[in-house]
Design a binder for this molecule. Structure first.
Ligand code: 2YC
Length: 269
């Protein structure tokens, strides 16, 4: 999993309103609608369920340690959706105890390997990878005005790609999957709803709708894509190079945390 830097999320909090407006411009719907669609609930359900919850974000110092601004960015996205949320003073296990003492019903926490939202009452959790994949497919589906029967190229069969494939199948899309590692493709070799692609350049030119769930940066050029291509790219760094970004920006969904965190909240409620 790619590790965010403080720079990646520097202005996230103060720019959430304009980020949401850009989502509406590209997809026709806002962050709450995208997250609820990905979670299989209505936007109204989400807004109502949120009222009953209080979320905590617990900073975790293990591994490469705390990312400056990470917990606060997660908190701002949760609050933006109308959910009460606090960042614990303490980190790690002390932070979990503090979250429970302060009556948090949902606990968000990330180390270098996993980022989860844990529902204290149900004892269940949602993983950021799955939520991000589903959230980005929800955004792509709205931008494309529906993906039923459409070919969609998924780059990367990791947790994000797997989450994306699960919602694409639910939507009746025809999934085309590319991954550099044959090992990652194994689970899909016998999946009738998924066609495997073995040439990246061929696949990029063949399909209009693309979900880039790879951690590779700058490998997609403007000439690699169809003129009307639409892309949802949760991967950090961005797979599009600067020339491709300039040309396809108006039809590109890409953010460091927003859609993934919003969808985690919608899925865990
Ligand atoms: O500040 C903290 O609590 C750190 N332990 C957070 C580490 C997050 C590492 N994961 C990532 O940077 C990416 C994010 C995009 C979400 C999933 N992986």
């Amino acid at each position: 999993m790619t590790r965010l830097t403080t720079h990646d999320i520097a202005k996230l909090d103060s720019e959430l309103t304009q980020y949401n407006l850009s989502l509406i411009e590209k997809t026709g719907v806002d962050l709450a609608a995208i997250a609820s669609f990905a979670a299989g609930i209505t936007r109204e359900n989400l807004k109502q369920a949120i009222q009953k919850h209080r979320a905590a974000v617990v900073p975790i110092t293990s591994g490469q340690g705390i990312i400056g601004g990470f917990a606060e960015s997660v908190q701002s996205i949760i609050q933006f959706l109308g959910c009460a949320c606090f960042v614990t003073e303490a980190a790690n296990v002390a932070g979990i105890a503090e979250a429970i003492d302060r009556k948090a019903s949902i606990i968000f926490a990330a180390d270098d390997d996993r980022f989860i939202a844990y529902h204290v009452g149900k004892g269940s959790y949602v993983d950021n990878g799955e939520a991000t994949g589903r959230g980005y497919v929800a955004a792509l589906a709205h931008m494309a005005k529906g993906l039923k029967g459409q070919d969609v190229l998924v780059l990367g069969a990791g947790p994000v790609g797997q989450g994306a494939i699960s919602l694409l199948k639910e939507l009746g899309a025809r999934v085309k999957l590319f991954d550099l590692q044959a090992e990652a493709l194994k689970p899909y070799q016998t999946d009738a709803l998924v066609t495997l692609e073995f040439s990246l350049s061929e696949a990029l030119s063949k399909y209009r709708f693309i979900l880039d769930a790879t951690p590779a940066g700058g490998f997609i050029g403007a000439d690699d894509l169809q003129p009307l291509a639409m892309l949802a790219a949760p991967g950090i760094p961005l797979g599009l190079n600067l020339e491709a970004l300039a040309k396809f920006g108006p039809h590109l969904i890409h953010d460091p945390l927003q859609i993934g965190v919003a969808t985690m909240l919608a899925m865990i409620l």
